[in-house]
Write a protein that binds this ligand. Structure first.
Ligand SMILES: [Zn+2]
Ligand SMILES: [Zn+2]
Length: 274
């Protein structure tokens, strides 16, 4: 009765396929969760393409996708996620920042419209459902996975998730900008006593002031939030595309020297909360 976690994309903003990004990986946001055979994906960035192939190998046909938001780096993988093209597959995609009116479906329509992609949403043979909720709402997946959500501070909005399963807790807090000297009480409450918090560590503390308004955070803020909230581990995530491996290496070693609860996300990395 554990939460299995695998990272398929850890980069922010845009995919970086060059060799200088191979150590941490260049695919954009996509995290796979397996909870007793229930499959949940956090974000549909470019890493989703490889995860789709893995699901086909494993015969996984029921898939839930929770979107932080629909900026391109979090949605770019969906058009190449093979399960959406195969009858008998059910994909349920949810977003909490679009304020209703079927906006998640509208976003997918736009992403697959004729001028953009050769196959349109209405032509897909799978059971691909797109739904909205209002961030702040809590709900269940398969009755035994509790999902809590909060709105995050990001241009156009973003949603943070707390996923609880069999007494284990994983939080996903990305694309969130903090306010200096003020810990977001909604985030503190969301991540309280969590086993693992995946957190937006896009920028260094030195660069962050010049990127105010971009909607991102730093590992230093993540550590403060996690320690204040009693969270056990923090995963650094959503690295800036301007930071090649040597730069991320430096950030990670500084972060790990500051707190031994730090893990650096990499494409292909697996974690288990048991
Ligand atoms: Zn992003
Ligand atoms: Zn964004």
């Amino acid at each position: 009765m554990s939460i299995g976690i695998k990272f398929w994309g850890v980069r922010g903003n845009i995919a970086c396929p060059e060799p200088t990004y191979f150590k941490y990986g260049g695919n954009t946001a996509c995290v796979q969760l397996n909870m007793g055979g229930t499959h949940v994906i956090l974000d549909a960035g470019t890493g989703l393409r490889n995860l789709g192939d893995e699901y086909l190998r494993q015969g996984v046909k029921d898939i839930n996708i929770l979107m932080s938001h629909v900026h391109a780096d979090h949605l770019a993988g969906i058009n190449y996620f093979k399960p959406i093209y195969i009858p008998g597959h059910s994909i349920n995609m949810l977003a909490g920042h679009l304020r209703g009116n079927d906006w998640m479906k509208q976003a997918i329509y736009e992403h697959m419209r004729e001028e953009v992609h050769p196959v349109q949403y209405h032509q897909l043979p799978s059971n691909f459902i797109c739904e909205d909720f209002v961030a702040g709402k809590n709900f269940y997946i398969n009755l035994d996975i509790k999902v809590k959500t909060v709105p995050l501070n990001h241009p156009g909005g973003s949603t943070g998730y707390r996923i609880e399963y069999q007494g284990k807790t994983l939080c996903y807090v990305t694309d969130t900008e903090h306010v200096e000297g003020h810990h977001n009480p909604r985030v503190l409450d969301l991540i309280k006593d969590a086993d693992i918090v995946i957190y937006d560590t896009t920028f260094t503390e030195e660069e962050w002031p010049s990127k105010k308004g971009w909607g991102h955070s730093t590992w230093q803020e993540g550590v403060k939030l996690c320690q204040k909230a009693g969270a056990k581990k923090m995963v650094m995530f959503h690295y800036s595309p301007d930071y090649e491996d040597d730069m991320v290496d430096k950030m990670v070693s500084e972060a790990q020297a500051a707190w031994d609860g730090i893990i650096a996300a990499k494409d292909g990395m697996e974690l288990v909360i048991s």
